[in-house]
Write a protein that binds this ligand. Structure first.
Ligand SMILES: Cc1ncc(COP(=O)(O)O)c(C=O)c1O
Length: 428
């Protein structure tokens, strides 16, 4: 007997088809609703973005590019992808855009693949000082395929020092320089990097994965005028779906498109491309400019509040959406602090600090960011409260009574700034 639409339904909701998974989805909605997300690389995408990402476009194969596909039936997805391309080009003032990379790592892979030969030298930021895995970490494809040389931060200021970058560039003559970070609280001087790249005849990749939303909202200088290539994720400060894109000068258009498909990917995630189109639309609104500015203002106030509770911040503060607290003087580890904060409903992440003597799974630092809590509508007043609550937990890590009090306060705050009120996958 072949299955019928009654026995293998196409139309039933997940709660009916798969109550086990539906309960997990519901639990995650409630976790995001009740906790405060302070991980700087996370955010709460709008229901509009989530709707596009969860749409029937997930069913469509679309290898190739708009109007040049290897599959039929691409009439609609061609328009969706073109919309995303046009919007992101306008948003960042780019000559060319590829919106197909499924992740930030895939976007970086495509740039390396399009710009480099196996074994070429690349100069990028050290992961242990705030760089990213895909910037040449030795176990990552990047570190295995290419010869990465790393720059770090200055030991005293804990800031990037372009004089050191220049010296390394002159010594190693890289074919590509990567400017961009996962854990760096200061403004990145893309113009300064471009000058060094020009001096040594290198190409420049700006990886704005973390700061793309700030760049879109005018709250961080744009890498665009200075870089040959710019990569970014869409899910962080840009508040889109989990995905990525590449921007480049027109001269690199062919190389980037070929490197993305068929170079490192086959069929693009068209549902995610649709989510990116919504995200680029949202990020082009005047309200998003206000959001981005508020993310930065909130980070500054949260940083001040942590400092006034005697917590030391790496580099002494923040210019952007994130900050890293150095726990060394408290004799605490990032792992223990992040775990305890999570019990209180404050979800941050352990993070190495520059010159850390502890391993990446333990760390001497904990990293905080304001994109997600700003999406909830929180402002400076809430940042002062949060700074104090975080300091209370860190200052009394084993005190269950204090933890309970903080947990209660966090729940109240979260309830005052509700999210996803109408999102429901299963009955509670
Ligand atoms: C600077 C930077 N580049 C690239 C990525 C890679 O993103 P993904 O996790 O989507 O591969 C990240 C993610 O954290 C990042 O911070």
């Amino acid at each position: 007997m072949p299955p019928t639409r009654d026995t293998l339904p196409l139309e039933a909701p997940v709660a009916t088809v798969d109550p086990v998974l539906a309960a997990l989805l519901q639990e995650e909605v409630e976790r995001q609703r009740d906790d405060l997300i302070l991980i700087p690389s996370e955010n709460h995408a709008s229901v509009a973005v989530l709707e596009a990402q969860g749409s029937v476009l997930s069913n469509k194969y679309a290898e190739g590019y708009p109007r040049a596909r290897y599959y039929n039936g691409c009439r609609v997805v061609d328009q969706v992808e073109q919309l995303a391309i046009d919007r992101v080009k306008e948003l960042f003032g780019a000559e060319h855009a590829n919106v197909q990379p499924a992740s930030g790592t895939a976007a970086n892979m495509a740039v390396y693949y399009g710009a480099l030969e196996h074994g070429d030298t690349v100069l990028a930021m050290d992961l242990n000082h705030g760089g990213h895995l895909s910037h040449g970490q030795k176990l990552n494809f990047s570190g295995r395929q290419y010869h990465f040389v790393h720059y770090g931060v200055d030991r005293d200021s804990e800031c990037l020092d372009l004089a050191t970058v220049r010296t390394l560039a002159q010594e190693h003559r890289p074919k590509l320089i990567v400017a961009g970070a996962s854990s760096y609280a200061r403004t990145i001087d893309f113009a300064g990097f471009a000058e060094i790249a020009r001096e040594v005849g290198a190409l420049l990749l700006g990886d704005m994965a973390h700061i793309a939303g700030l760049v879109a909202g005018g709250a961080h200088p744009s890498p665009l005028p200075h870089c040959d290539f710019v990569t970014s994720t869409t899910q962080k400060s840009l508040r889109g779906p989990r995905g990525a894109f590449i921007l480049c000068k027109a001269t690199h258009q062919k190389a980037i498109d070929r490197a993305t498909f068929p170079g490192v990917q086959a069929g693009p995630l068209m549902n995610t491309v649709a989510g990116k189109a919504v995200c680029f639309h949202e990020a082009g609104q005047p309200a998003f400019r206000e959001y981005a500015q508020q993310v930065v203002r909130n980070a500054a106030v949260l940083a001040e509040s942590l400092q006034s509770a005697d917590l030391r911040l790496v580099s002494g503060g923040t210019d952007n959406h994130m900050m890293v607290v150095d726990l060394t003087s408290r004799s605490l580890t990032g792992r223990d602090v992040a775990d305890r904060l999570e019990e209180a409903g404050l979800v941050a992440n352990k993070n190495v600090i520059p010159f850390d003597h502890l391993k990446p799974r333990v760390t001497s630092g904990v990293r905080f960011g304001t994109p997600a809590i700003t999406s909830r509508g929180m402002g400076e007043d809430e940042m002062r409260v949060l700074g104090q609550l975080i300091a209370d937990v860190i200052g009394h890590l084993d005190d269950d009574a204090i933890l309970e009090r903080v947990r209660g306060r966090v729940r109240e705050l979260a309830a005052s700034f509700p999210i996803y009120s109408d999102v429901r996958y299963a009955a509670k």
